[in-house]
Ligand binder design. Structure first.
Ligand code: 2IT
Length: 449
């Protein structure tokens, strides 16, 4: 490996041993950049990589909220503004009990490269809190969101930092956060957030965009093999908006999703998660705050496997769409043993680095990385920003057409970047390189800081 890359990875691991997810993503991304950094020895003199692995700034704040009985609870809130070289910081907000600074930094780092890949003008950021939305009332969620924004409102804005949703944050939470932001600012500020409700500037297709986009990307991967989605089975994880977006688009294109998962286990539905009734029920399950996938098995009379992951199931395509580090080496071995050809990451960093390396080494396996596959979500967020600044709304067809175009361009630019660096058909390295090159050019052009 290039010695400068090695040095930077080593420094990060030494400095942040207590941030394992962040170290993991830095190692994964930088180790793809060998041919590029070899060609640019000038990067070391200006410490380009060293600057790239350090957030421009990161806020950490206290968020206090009162429950319905009047008791106060104290959480941690964060916003990581990782890299603003190519546009305002952009990225979601995650509410989940295991949120840590390490998770915020890994997500914001990934977001920087993902946003770059979309070709739009968005820097990388991420935020969140260790607040657990499970089982909270609407009023409690509203008060929490208000408190969170009271701490954050002065640091975000339409040209500064544009938050969106992530795990635990959907349209409802964005509504409460934007409301509090508008109240404090006394200004609509072009919406500032993305993923807003359709009555106040939200874009059509935004809720479906991550799932739809990932299936568009998958279509390109299959096309490269002379294949289509017709008749294919897909093993998915999670049951939130990303997964139901995949279910819907897959069905439209003739494929079916046969597994879903939750913290309680996974369900196996050999007939497929198809049709309005099943999809509507996923939305209801997510909205209920129960965070239990067994409800699906109970309702539709399908198999439920308690405390297990779906990665031992035979399917044509694997799409880990739940959360980070969901697929470890033991699952990767099951996937290989089942002879599965398509491993399409959807959630951010769903695969541990050793499992990812192992899967990529399999001669018959095609691995696609989440930062490319799930970029349709933030891409449509970028389209929402465009619509807000034009003060108009695009039709559903127009947004979907743009999403499709952007996903295709992400796929093509990844393939091209790998090819031109002598790496063959390597979608993982291609995405890292293509995402990196644009941010690197911008940082080089903007001087040393
Ligand atoms: O991981 C992601 O790309 C998101 N959570 C969406 C970010 C956004 O700004 O729409």
């Amino acid at each position: 490996m290039n010695s400068y890359i090695e040095k930077v990875i080593g420094r990060v691991k030494e400095k942040y041993p207590y941030q394992p997810e962040f170290c993991q993503t830095v190692e994964e991304v930088l180790s793809s950049l060998d041919p590029v950094v070899e060609r640019h020895p000038e990067y070391e003199k200006v410490d380009l990589l060293g600057r790239m692995v350090e957030p421009e700034r990161m806020f950490s704040f206290r968020v206090v909220w009162q429950d319905d009985k009047g008791f106060a609870h104290t959480q941690n809130g964060y916003r990581c503004q990782f890299n603003g070289a190519i546009g305002p910081y952009k990225g979601g907000i995650r509410f989940q009990k295991d949120v840590t600074p390490s998770i915020m930094k890994f997500l914001a780092f990934e977001q920087t490269f993902k946003n770059s890949l979309t070709g739009l003008s968005m820097g990388g950021g991420k935020g969140g809190s260790d607040f657990d939305p499970a089982g909270k009332s609407d009023d409690e969620i509203m008060r929490f969101c208000q408190s969170f924004i009271q701490a954050l409102y002065r640091y975000i804005g339409p040209d500064t930092d544009v938050p969106a949703g992530d795990m635990g944050v959907g349209g409802k939470e964005i509504g409460y956060m934007f409301g509090e932001y508008r109240r404090l600012k006394g200004n609509f500020e072009n919406g500032t957030f993305t993923g807003k409700g359709f009555s106040f500037g939200g874009s059509l297709i935004r809720p479906e965009a991550t799932g739809f986009g990932s299936v568009y990307y998958l279509e390109d991967v299959l096309k490269h093999d002379g294949e289509t989605l017709k008749g294919k089975t897909i093993a998915c994880a999670g049951f939130g908006n990303v997964t139901w977006g995949i279910c819907r688009k897959a069905e439209e294109l003739g494929a079916k999703v046969i597994t879903l998962s939750g913290p309680d286990g996974y369900v196996y539905d050999p007939d497929g998660v198809l049709g309005k009734e099943k999809i509507d029920y996923l939305v209801e399950m997510r909205g209920s705050g129960r965070n239990r996938v067994q409800d699906y098995a109970d309702k539709f009379g399908v198999e439920f496997h308690a405390r297990e992951k779906p990665w031992g199931v035979k399917a044509d395509i694997i799409m880990p769409s739940a959360m980070q580090n969901d697929v470890h080496m033991d699952s990767a071995q099951k996937i290989v043993k089942n002879g599965i050809r398509y491993y399409i990451e959807v959630a951010n960093m769903p695969t541990t680095n050793d499992a990812l390396r192992y899967l990529m080494e399999q001669p018959d396996m095609i691995v696609a990385p989440s930062k490319a596959v799930n970029a349709g979500g933030v891409a449509v967020s970028g389209l929402e920003m465009s619509q807000n600044s034009e003060r108009l709304f695009w039709t559903e067809d127009e947004v979907d057409r743009q999403l499709h175009r952007i996903m295709h361009q992400i796929y093509e630019s990844s393939v091209a970047a790998a090819g031109r660096n002598g790496l063959g058909y390597n979608l993982v390295a291609g995405a890292n390189i293509a995402g990196f090159e644009r941010v690197a050019d911008a940082m080089m052009a903007q001087g040393i800081f």
